[in-house]
Design a protein around this ligand. Structure first.
Ligand code: G3H
Ligand code: 13P
Ligand code: ZN
Ligand code: NA
Length: 283
């Protein structure tokens, strides 16, 4: 069944686990996310990034996600990942997303607050919840030092102010993770996370979670993270499986013989994440 993101995060708050939010770009990944959730009897969020919307088109993403959700034995939500503008959020609302993220983290604080409030004013009346970002999460490819990255971490007092000023539903925080493949092992600032959680009472979202060791993710969940975003680890498994088929038989011409095993590989990665997040059996 198709459900609001908000409903899943509220259940996760009560149950002290995190819901997996998995990025999808194509039909095979959409199907893999729902299949994995069904096999784990877990609630799940699928989400579309800027790149996904550009690649597949918002209509295809929505139609695929809603078709998969409608036939699913578990609750499935569809969320906009790192929304860039008010107009893009409006498009998602018209298309039937059940949650949106507005990422105003690149703007000065007061502009981030104003943009987030504007999005909430449009989304909340139709039952769509809003995730915002405070601090800058950034990418593993950003050419910056550790101290430069730390300077972009979320400030707990600012988080409290941001949540009070916006009334936002969930908050993505910068505590040491980054988008993409890590070179070494990321070090998370658990003290900072603990402070943030003690100062705000909404679900906290962990981005850039691919490549973060399972124990570290579980510690973050124990401290209050309720949504964990995964993209890169799915891409790695998907493309590795494609490559394996093509390496084995360079004359293979049937896309289904290439993408079928890739879909299976994605299911396995997603199931493993769901187990780590503690959402198995919570459907
Ligand atoms: O926001 C994080 C996504 O992993 C970036 O995805 O390359 O599809 O825009 P994209
Ligand atoms: P990764 O690609 O590092 O898993 O990050 C995903 C993410 O945060 C999407 O918003
Ligand atoms: Zn992200
Ligand atoms: Na990552």
């Amino acid at each position: 069944t198709f459900v609001p993101v908000d409903f899943l995060l509220k259940e996760a708050m009560k149950g002290n686990y995190a819901v997996g939010a998995f990025n999808c770009n194509n039909m095979e990944i959409v199907q893999a996310i729902v299949r994995a959730a069904e096999e784990e009897n877990a609630p799940v969020i699928m989400q579309a990034s800027q790149g996904a919307i550009k690649y597949a088109g918002i209509g295809f993403i929505t139609a695929m996600a809603r078709e998969a959700a409608a036939n699913a034995k578990v609750p499935v939500a569809l969320h906009l990942d790192h929304g860039t503008s008010f107009d893009q959020v409006m498009q998602c609302l018209r298309n039937g997303f059940s949650g949106v993220m507005i990422d105003g983290s690149k703007h000065p604080l007061e502009e981030n607050i104003a943009l987030t409030r504007q999005v909430i004013a449009a989304a909340r009346p139709i039952g769509v919840s809003v995730e915002a970002e405070l601090g800058k999460i950034g990418g593993t490819e950003d050419d910056i030092t550790v101290s430069e990255r730390e300077a972009m971490f979320t400030d707990p007092a600012e988080a409290k102010y941001f949540v009070e000023q916006t009334g936002v539903d969930s908050l993505a925080v910068a505590i040491g993770t980054a988008h993409g493949q890590y070179k070494g092992e990321p070090k998370l600032d658990f003290e900072r996370l603990k402070k943030i959680v003690s100062m705000v009472d909404i679900p906290i979202v962990l981005h850039g979670s691919s490549g973060v060791p399972g124990e570290a993710v579980q510690e973050a969940i124990a401290l209050g993270v309720r949504k964990v975003n995964i993209d890169t680890n799915i891409r790695e498994a998907f493309v590795a499986a494609c490559r394996k088929v093509l390496d084995t038989d360079s004359r293979e011409i049937d896309p289904r013989k290439v993408l079928g095993p890739a879909r299976e590989a994605a299911v396995e990665v997603i199931r493993e994440k769901i187990r780590i997040f503690g959402s198995s059996g919570k459907a």
